[in-house]
Design a binder for this molecule. Sequence first.
Ligand code: TYM
Length: 335
Amino acid sequence: MMVTRVFSGIQPTGTLHIGNYFGAVRNWATMQDDVESIICIVDYHAITIDIDPKTLRHASLAMATDLIACGIDPEKTILFVQSDVPAHTELSWILGCVTSFGDLSRMTQFKDKSEKQAFVSAGLFTYPVLQAADILLYLADGVPVGEDQVQHLELSRRIARRFNSRFGELFPEPKPVVGEKGARIMSLSDPGAKMSKSTGESHYVGVMEPEASIRKKVRSAVTDMGLEAGHEMSPGVANLFEVLELSVESTGETGLVEELRADFENGTLMYSKLKDAVFEQLMAIIRPIQEHRAQLEASGEVLDMLHSGAQRAQAIASETIARARSMVGLGTRAD
Ligand code: TYM
């Protein structure tokens, strides 16, 4: 798929897990060599649910450090924190006025998240409008994400179309860029559910988690009874194979997957062997990331990197918002 400028975002709250990494972050790091890339830590989105102000700023900085450690290069990618560019919220208001209430009511993420909240904010409901503003502010045409974001992106396209038809052509329609593998990594302890930061410790593997804890989680991943030739692969085993395949894309140990798959077909695969392989291959990716993170933290340079990212983002955003304001007829200064 040909795209010229990609935009994507990640919430700063919670731990960066291997679902985020394989579904999104690793693809961002690959794409930055080929296309103009903008990656945003979305703190305005984070306040749609209850979050302690003291932890939020720290979490944004920590997430930036994680992303750089994972290979996002702030020289190549414009990496910044959303609220450092306030035009996101201004465009969000404008786009909210071309968004249908009915469309927002159909968002499955809203339904899922609102069920878990005692207080359901209007911000949680209009969350996808802000997400559309994030992308459209940079006139991005590609959005590398995991599968759970695809519905929001369909809405972003509808919003772009409705703005363009009402006020004139401004926004390209952004397309999701979803990996063939890794778009939906499942929970290790409940393979029927997506791996997520919010479901609890046993469900995810954190990229910055200590090795011993990762080993324990992988070893206790839910599988099935196994050892029967020709039996159908259960979701838990399929998920472990997927993580293994994604990991060997980086380590090059593709023979290992073939060998384990053949054992599975013959009904001779011991799941402990599969789990050891998953753990070893994952750690081969994670160890250097963790080392890089420790160096970054010691250097204390991440804040400056984010500030210069925000300046670069602001330069693009201020042009778009000025055009949008003028097309809509806002303010007293005509162009
Ligand atoms: P967030 O913070 O939940 O997740 C960040 C990225 O990780 C992907 N992801 C997964 N991929 C595969 N398997 C999983 N189990 C898994 N869990 C998460 C997500 O699909 C996402 O790509 N609403 C967004 C943030 C956002 C955004 C944007 C994204 C705000 N504005 C504009 C794109 C463009 C979110 O909450 O992602």
